[in-house]
Every structure is written in C-alpha cells, then in structure tokens.
Design a protein around this ligand. Structure first.
Ligand code: NOJ
Length: 552
C-alpha cells in the first residue's frame, strides 16, 4: 500500500498523457500497444513522470479514437490483452508510479450493444439507456461542440423514427443519466477497473451527463449529484484513487466540481492554458493574472491539473470572441490549422520551434499552481501535420530513434505515418538523439522536473502574484507557509519566487522585496546565487524569454 501512504500524492505528481496506439508498437503490427508501453516504462521514470494518463483503451470502432466505447469491460484488440494491460499497471506500480485511464461516462459508441439494442425498438429494455425524442427541438439551448462536423445534437434514427441525443459525433449517443440503471452500470465499470489495480480515472465530458429543458444542459445539479455518488463509491472502497474532471468551463463553473472534497479530486484548468500562449503574443502577463485572480480557492484535498497541450485541438472555448480571433490570427494563420473552436497544432509548432519559448512555457507549467501534465512527445518538441484527418496530425507515432518509422514499429504500414518533414521529422528529432545531448530539450525538461520535485511549494504551496511595474514580467510566489493540508511530505518554510520574461527582448523591472531584506536569493534551476536584497527595491534584468526559480 506504499503508493497511497500519502492519499494526496496527486498534488505533487507530474502527469504524462499518452495514446497507447501512438507510443510504441511491441508486436510489429503498426499499432502501439501495451507490450510496447511496458518496454518504455523506464523511459517515463527517467523523465520524471509520476502518473500516466491513458487515452481510452477499450474496444471501439475508433470514430473518435476510443472516445466511442463499444465495451467498457475489455481492451482494444490492437493494444493487447488484459494481461498485457495488467503488466503495465504492475510495472508502473513497481516503479512507484501511478496510472489513470480515461473513462467515457457521457456517451458510448453507436456500436455498443446497449445502443444497438436501444435503437432496435421503442419497447427495447435498453431504450431508456439513451436519450430519445420524437422531435429534434428539445434542449435547444445546448451548444454544439463539434461544430465543424455536426449541425445538431440530435440525429434521426429510421428504425424507430425518433431522434437520439449526442453532444459529440453522431456516432456517440449520450447515455441517459436519469436512468438509475445507467448510473449503477457506470459505478460497476469503475469497480471493475479499480479492482484491476488502477489509480483512478480521467472522467471525459463530465459536465454533460444530464439534460434539462430551458438550460444549456451543462453543469446541472443532478450531474453534480451523480459525481458525488461516484466519488463516495471510490473513496469508500479505494482510498487514494482519484477522479480527474474534464470540464472545459470557466473557473467559477469548475469550482463546484471539487464540491466539498466530495466530487472530483482534480480538474483541468482549461481557461489558463490558452492565456499562457496569449501572454507571449500580447507581451503582457495581464491575461494570466486576470484568469488566476478569477479562479476561486479550491478545497484542501483538491488540485488543479494544468497543461500546455493535449490530444485535442488547443481549445479556445474559454476565451472571449475577440481573444479567439486574436489567438487564431497569431497561432493559426492557415485555415487548415483551425478546428472547431480551436487550433490543431502541437506545442513546438505553435511556438515556431523556438527553444526559448518552449522552455519558458514549460517552466511556467512546472511552477504555476496545479499538477502539470506533459503530452507525449512534447518533451522532445514533436511537431504535427495539420493536413491529416481530424486531430490525427497531433497523435502521430512517438519518435524514438532515427531508424525506420522513428523506431516506433517494425511494421511496413502504421496506423498513422510518423512525421518526416525537414523540421520535425524523426530523422533529426527523436528520443535517442536528445537523451545523449546534454543541452537537448528532453534533458532540459528532465532537469526542471528534478528541481521541481525538490520543492513541495510547487505542488502544494500558496500562490501570490508579485506585480512589478513592467507588465512583460510575470512574477509569482510559491510558499509553504503552514496553511497547507496535513499531507505535505516536507517543505516547511519554502519560499520560491518565479520570474519570467514574456518577450523576446531584455526586460528590466524593480521588485518590492522589503519583506526579504538581507536574504540572498538562489536560482535553483541554474544553481546560481543572486545579489543579496539590500534595500526594499530589487532590480532585475531579464534576458529574452528568460525564467528563474528563485529560492529565498
Ligand atoms: C473530450 C476528449 O478529450 C475528446 O478527445 C473527445 O473527442 C470528446 N471528449 C468526446 O468524448
């Protein structure tokens, strides 16, 4: 039980999101699988990962890369067997690492036997497992999410001449959470996977479980009630396991998903993410300050999950219309780069492959409040291909070596071709080459993660902005001041100041360090001592895109 000795382990954890199909092919069929992943667990440990999050692993027709589940009690045949999966779980645990899997609660595939049964007749015992209607005029206040593809949240089904409800692709009918059997079934599924030994779930599309006329069908009280049930179910039998919410909402609407330590343990901070990019182009910290000042306090046992990129388009749902246009102009000048309300590009390509900016955003990711998530491949600066279908261009095979298919697979054909362009191709961008180069992005990020782990303040500390006059400088304090939860493993009295220059030019500013007179700050990333604080006003001169983690 060593893994759960600290039941709030997730607060300090570094997460790594990976798509099994894209990571490593262990049996030579062109698809990544659990055998391949098992062979790379040491790699993840070496990088400094604490918890792996897997995209859906269940049998699925893959209309939405597994977010269309056809059987919640199995493993997709391309990924191997249940035993292969268990070997990965055991392998991670043996290394002191954790594993959470994506659970798609809101909808299934239209190929799921429940839906096949449900659509077969109005009298079917499974009819009420989904949301059916004689008209497509109900719930008209609910927005359409996949606007590039869907024109309605209703699809007409000829067999019974009724419409079924779906928030995503029409091949993903929504389950009916007003049906107690559906509620119970999902708890049984959770039981099944937790009994297999996993450490929790990333809960997909959490806000949409319940529909009510006259509302936007998001974040409804009944949805929160069910999540409370889920949390109680997990806490009762598997203490230390976590539920992570995918709720792409404004901070004040996400806050209730933590409940009173009785809903989700963690939730993604969606609105922060685009603002990290926006701040660079605006040459100002203002949007970051605004969104974090707008973010409510969360309960003692809760933690944010923060990220720069993930497997989806860089979502621009949580910005204003004007900000969205700005982001599209700046980061998606080609129409093909845009998708739904977002941008289908990876971190490195968004930042023009500029090492300084890539490192800067990672330095913020690893020091802002929340547990950081790295999207597979971003640790080596992998690129994308916007010409591929849907989001496939950012789900390409992991680039391990400069050999055939980037060392991902021996097969002749892959589920998706490895990138081989002049900038991001596997020939010059791969793990093997970066591991031996002490100055590579991989080694730089690994170093940052090691340093992060020495300071509890980054995972658990209080957060406060220092607001020097120059707005191009982002500065904030992370401190262990005794107000932390009882589970903080160490770090008493830690006091860190993070400084970042958001521009490509030198920036000067004065910091008010009256409270730190006589102290000598030390840059813990570079292991350099800074001049002592002699009077209250402390001058700093920051190189282009520079960042510093100063310990006081
Ligand atoms: C959110 C997931 O991140 C995305 O990939 C998926 O398409 C939708 N939910 C629907 O499940």
């Amino acid at each position: 039980m060593l893994l759960y000795d600290n039941p709030t382990w997730y607060k300090d954890a570094v997460f790594y999101e990976l798509y099994v199909r894209a990571f490593r092919d262990g049996n030579g069929d062109g698809h990544g699988d659990f055998k391949g992943l098992l062979a790379e667990l040491d790699y993840l440990q070496e990088l400094g990962v604490d918890c792996v999050w897997l995209l859906p692993i269940f049998p699925s027709p893959l209309v939405d890369d597994g977010y269309d589940v056809a059987d919640y009690y199995g493993i997709h045949e391309d990924y191997g067997t249940l035993d292969d999966f268990k070997a990965v779980v055991d392998g991670l645990h043996a290394r002191g690492m954790y594993i959470i899997v994506d659970i798609v609660v809101n909808h299934t595939s239209d190929q799921h036997p429940w839906f096949i049964e449900s659509r077969s007749s109005k009298e079917s015992p499974k009819r009420s497992w989904y949301v059916w209607s004689e008209t497509d005029q109900k719930y008209r206040h609910a927005r359409i999410i996949f606007i590039d593809t869907e024109t309605s949240n209703w699809t007409y089904d000829e067999t019974t001449a009724e419409y079924y409800w779906h928030r995503f692709y029409s091949q993903q009918p929504d389950l009916n959470y007003d049906n107690p059997d559906v509620q119970q079934e999902m708890l049984d599924i959770i039981t099944y996977w937790l009994d297999l030994g996993i450490d929790g779930f990333r809960v997909d599309a959490a806000p949409y479980l319940i529909e009510r006329e006259g509302t936007n069908c998001e974040n409804l009280p009944e949805t929160h009630d069910y999540i409370k049930r889920m949390r109680a179910h997990v806490d009762n039998r598997w203490p230390g396991r976590i539920l992570l919410a995918e709720a792409n909402q404004w901070p004040e609407d996400v806050r209730p998903y933590f409940g009173d330590n009785d809903e989700f343990n963690m939730a993604f901070h969606f609105p922060l993410m685009p603002r990290l990019y926006m701040a660079l182009k605006q040459r100002s910290r203002k949007c970051i300050v605004d969104i974090l000042q707008r973010t409510p306090e969360i309960p003692a046992l809760a933690q944010w999950c923060i990220f720069l990129r993930n497997h989806d388009e860089l979502t621009l749902e949580m910005v204003t219309e004007e900000e969205r246009q700005f982001m599209w102009e700046q980061y998606a000048p080609e129409p093909r780069m845009r998708q739904n309300l977002g941008i289908r590009r990876r971190l490195a390509s968004l930042l023009d492959n500029d090492r300084r900016q890539i490192e800067l955003l990672n330095a913020l990711l690893f020091s802002l409040p929340g547990a950081p998530i790295i999207y597979y491949g971003d640790e080596i600066g992998m690129g994308d291909d916007v010409w591929r279908h849907d989001r496939n261009g950012l789900r390409t095979p992991m680039q391990w070596k400069n050999t055939k298919h980037g060392g991902f697979s021996d097969a002749d054909t892959l589920y998706e071709a490895v990138l081989d362009d002049d900038v991001f191709g596997y020939q010059h961008l791969n793990v093997q080459q970066q591991k031996v180069d002490p100055d590579s992005l991989w080694n730089t990020l690994r170093h940052m993660l090691r340093v992060r782990k020495r300071f509890c303040a980054f995972g658990r500390g209080t957060f406060a902005f220092a607001l020097p006059e120059n707005e191009a400088v982002l500065a904030y304090w992370r401190q262990m001041d005794g107000s932390q939860d009882d589970y903080a493993p160490s770090g008493e009295g830690e006091c860190m100041l993070v400084l970042a220059n958001l521009t490509g030019e030198n920036q000067q500013t004065m910091l008010d360090l009256t409270a730190y007179m006589g102290k000598t700050p030390r840059d813990v990333l570079k292991n350099e001592v800074w001049p002592p604080v002699q009077d209250g006003q402390y001058p700093v001169n920051l190189a282009p895109y520079a960042f510093h983690w100063l310990q006081f």
